[in-house]
Write a protein that binds this ligand. Structure first.
Ligand SMILES: C[S@@+](CC[C@H](N)C(=O)[O-])C[C@H]1O[C@@H](n2cnc3c(N)ncnc32)[C@H](O)[C@@H]1O
Length: 268
């Protein structure tokens, strides 16, 4: 039953955002409203709730429903070497440059919004190939604990591996029954997964390379701007930010970002 005032369209969404913030410590107001509201209303309806007040009531009383909600509001689509030509650019140009500027130590890399691990394991492959004897530090974070547990397992579908060459498949992955593949132990131990909300938690420091791809597209412009400022701070001078293929850093000159490639930004 709806308790919303029918004349105040959208007010239940505002109440819902407040409720979710106190229940789950997630600030929905920093996500792009039209997209998120449509998504959550559709999901609420599918679970039998025509308005968000009654859906919020269920979330208050049901931990499983809260987990489903979180699973639904975070969009986890990914694959290994997503946009392979961009990963080739990373491999050919940026990783060698960063290694040359790192005085013989391994690279400090952060995959922010790593979903089920396809992105950090792709990075781990590149780092093992480019600097096999170096102690790289590869951290991978996401807001969603459930997806992180899956990421730690490192299990992928055949489709996830569409951009992985046969040589890399046989070196870094093991075939499992029913067409699945698992990242080898060597790859799994190379990545440290942890939960981090990009909107409120402290960021790792002095990174050589940050990947944040297909994550900030869900945030409003203010949130996005703040996140890019914080990435700038989190990079060492000369460090590189690699973003998604539909993204750009607005007004990048303001902070002083250099832009050596369409999807690559460098802190001078
Ligand atoms: C579409 S996936 C991107 C995966 C990978 N970066 C790629 O490009 O293939 C978006 C990820 O962002 C995460 N995410 C959403 N809001 C977040 C937040 N506030 N902090 C950290 N991660 C968040 C989601 O849980 C999801 O796993």
């Amino acid at each position: 039953m709806s308790t919303a005032n029918p004349t105040s369209a959208g007010a239940d969404y505002d109440r819902f955002c407040g409720g979710v913030k106190s229940l789950c410590q997630i600030d929905l107001t920093q996500y792009r409203r039209a997209q998120m509201e449509r998504r959550l209303r559709t999901f609420a309806r599918r679970t039998g709730h025509d308005d968000l007040d009654s859906y919020l009531g269920m979330l208050r009383n049901d931990a499983v429903a809260r987990a489903d909600f979180l699973d639904h509001m975070t969009i986890n689509v990914s694959e290994l070497f997503r946009n392979p030509e961009r990963f080739e650019e990373l491999e050919r140009q940026y990783i060698p440059e960063l290694l040359a500027g790192s005085s013989g130590r391994g690279l400090r890399v952060w995959s922010a919004g790593c979903s089920y691990g396809a992105e950090p394991y792709s990075l781990a492959v590149l780092l093992k190939e480019a600097g096999p004897r170096l102690a790289h530090e590869l951290v991978a974070t996401d807001i969603d604990q459930t997806i992180l547990a899956r990421a730690r397992e490192g299990v992928f579908s055949e489709q996830d591996l569409a951009n992985v060459s046969p040589a890399r498949r046989s070196k870094f992955f093991t075939a499992l029954p029913e067409g699945a593949w698992q990242a080898n132990q060597e790859l799994r131990t190379a990545v440290r997964f942890s939960q981090l909300d990009l909107l409120k938690d402290p960021y790792p420091k002095t990174r050589d390379l940050i990947l944040c791809r297909n994550v900030v597209i869900y945030f409003n412009d203010d949130a996005k701007e703040r996140i890019y400022e914080r990435f700038f701070e989190a990079l060492r001078p000369g460090g590189v930010l690699f973003i998604g293929s539909t993204e750009r850093v607005n007004d990048s000159g303001r902070l002083g970002w250099e832009r050596p490639g369409t999807f690559f930004y460098r802190r001078p």
